[in-house]
Write a protein that binds this ligand. Structure first.
Ligand code: SAM
Length: 290
């Protein structure tokens, strides 16, 4: 009988804990996270200074080493050795969940390769905190991280996501917010709903949902829009409800419509082309609404 691999005991005793930390409000940390940060042998932090502030707040004294995007591979080798020796390690980033646009992925992969147990803790993540308050569907969504800094790459990415039906989540830096909203309008749509979730859990928390064109006006006229950390949520593409209609049907309909009512034109077109009139009817209504 095949044995489920996840039930096989790990070879080494050491555990890598992935520990989310607050994204603004220092109280947004779990009891379990505080306990783990107190009791592990090593804390691997994106920035020692940043994490020391958090540890001081909770009166935690522990051994911290830096693991950031510049030394991740080298430090991962060291941490894997320590885990193999039975040491427990907590991975933290400056804010939110490690690995989510923060260091840690390489270390997690190495843990899998070396048969080391990984224990993730649930906790703060800007993307998830933002989407639940966005007023835009969280039923299906895709997280895209930061939009590219170069305009051409940013526009290409946005263009490729124009027909994405899931809600889109982006992280954004304050100095690029205007350009990004302009590109979203150019490449996606000016009529889609967007939510800006700024400074979540902080003093100047601000969550604003509007059509893209109104968001653009707001960004252009509010110097506060350039301040703080931002998550951008974009409503997914909504495909038109009617099925595809052939160009021949459309041509016939257009000729008839010049002389007849909408209903008569739809009826005669569907008789000529032997198609269902419902599809054409919906198409025609949509067209005349524009
Ligand atoms: N690992 C983090 C997480 O779990 O959310 C994300 C780190 S990423 C380097 C930083 C970006 O997250 C910011 O530029 C911003 O887009 C978003 N972010 C972080 N904290 C935020 C907050 N309090 N309010 C809004 N956005 C935030």
């Amino acid at each position: 009988m095949a044995v489920c691999k996840s039930y096989i005991k790990k070879k080494y005793k050491g555990i890598l804990y992935i520990v989310p930390t607050p994204i603004g409000n220092l109280s947004d940390i779990t009891y379990r996270a505080v306990e783990i940060l107190k009791n592990v042998h090593i804390i691997a932090a994106e920035n020692i200074h940043h994490t020391t502030i958090l540890l001081n707040h909770f009166d935690i004294k522990n051994y911290i080493i830096a693991m950031n995007k510049h030394n991740e591979k080298k430090q991962s080798n060291y941490l894997i050795e320590q885990l193999k020796k039975g040491k427990n390690i907590a991975l933290v980033s400056n804010a939110g969940t490690p690995v989510i646009n923060d260091p840690g992925y390489f270390l997690v992969v190495e843990c899998h390769l070396n048969d080391i147990q990984i224990t993730p803790l649930p906790g703060a993540c800007a993307a998830i905190t933002a989407i639940v308050a966005s007023g835009i569907s969280a039923k299906r969504f895709c997280y895209e991280g930061f939009l590219p800094s170069k305009k051409k790459e940013r526009c290409n990415l946005l263009k490729s996501l124009r027909k994405e039906e899931r809600t889109l989540i982006f992280y954004e830096t304050k100095h690029r917010i205007l350009e990004s909203i302009q590109d979203i309008i150019e490449e996606i749509d000016d009529n889609r709903y967007i939510t800006l979730a700024k400074e979540i859990t902080k003093k100047w928390e601000f969550i604003y949902k509007e059509k893209a064109k109104i968001i653009l006006e707001w960004v252009q006229h509010n110097k506060n829009s350039y301040k703080g950390e931002t998550v951008i949520i974009i409503e997914g593409f909504k495909p038109p409800k009617y099925k595809l209609i052939s160009q021949k049907e459309i041509n016939t309909f257009n000729i008839l419509r010049a002389f007849l009512t909408l209903k008569q034109s739809v009826y005669i077109t569907s008789q000529i082309h032997k198609t269902k009139k419902n599809n054409l009817y919906q198409y025609a209504i949509k067209k005349e609404e524009k």
